[in-house]
Design a protein around this ligand. Structure first.
Ligand SMILES: Cc1cc2nc3c(=O)[nH]c(=O)nc-3n(C[C@H](O)[C@H](O)[C@H](O)COP(=O)(O)O)c2cc1C
Length: 217
């Protein structure tokens, strides 16, 4: 293994401040997301989703964000998977977009709720047929005797739905993250990085009030 201690990089000096960021973190997220897409980095919509079980045991995995608007960020998965079960027990999550090439990361915390089946159905319909079959064929997170079993399940699903539209499985669909905390991290020279934190304030009668503060790196 290479010497990890020698992997040091000097970061750029273009920073962010409380005054330069958008007042709404979703707008700031969308701005940085577009920049991440334009930069050509791999899987800019991939993020690490952390969930916590009822017994307070955390776990994490990569999922893909498929939309983001003022209602939150949406991803799709199997409801019966390990993460799906944990989300049913505890809807608090954290999400990390790690854009190393841009010397940026975005940390999000919030709660998750299932989107309605109609929206999941529309998204499922837009996926390639092979992916639709894959969603049906996989009992995500369950142990499986061999890859052969998985491929057999795939063939069975193909035959079952031959010449017809593949319906949305009842065990598959979207989740929306409603954020209550956003942190934007920008790498800066000499390890004096910028960290701008948005905290959602619950003010009666007022939606989406965010306090913006700077954190020490
Ligand atoms: C780049 C990448 C993107 C992924 N996107 C998804 C996704 O959108 N939905 C999903 O269910 N799994 C996705 N996965 C697989 C998950 O990381 C994970 O293995 C799977 O969801 C099972 O997780 P669980 O057992 O914790 O529920 C992706 C993995 C990678 C590496």
């Amino acid at each position: 293994m290479k010497n990890v201690k020698k992997l040091k990089k000097q970061y750029s000096d273009v920073g962010i401040s409380k005054d330069s960021v958008c007042t709404d973190p979703i707008e700031q997220f969308r701005l940085w997301f577009d920049q991440a897409v334009d930069s050509g980095i791999a899987e800019p919509n991939g993020f690490c989703l952390s969930t916590v079980s009822a017994a307070s045991k955390p776990s994490q995995r990569t999922v893909l964000m498929k939309s983001c608007d003022h209602d939150g960020l949406v991803f799709y998965t199997n409801h019966y998977s390990r993460k799906g079960q944990q989300l049913a027990e505890n809807n608090k999550i954290s999400a990390l977009f790690p854009w190393y090439e841009l010397h940026r990361q975005i940390n999000i915390e919030g709660t998750v709720s299932r989107i309605n089946d109609q929206l999941s159905r529309e998204y499922f319909k837009s996926r390639p047929r092979d992916s639709q079959i894959g969603a049906w064929a996989s009992r995500q997170s369950e142990t499986i005797a061999s890859r052969h079993v998985l491929e057999q399940q795939q063939q069975e699903i193909e035959q079952k739905f031959a010449d017809q539209e593949i319906p949305l499985p009842i065990f598959w669909g979207g989740y929306r993250i409603s954020p209550d905390r956003f942190e934007f991290w920008q790498g800066r020279a000499h390890r004096l990085h910028d960290r701008i934190l948005y905290i959602k304030k619950d003010k009666p009668g007022k939606d989406n009030q965010w306090e913006i503060v700077r954190l020490s790196p």
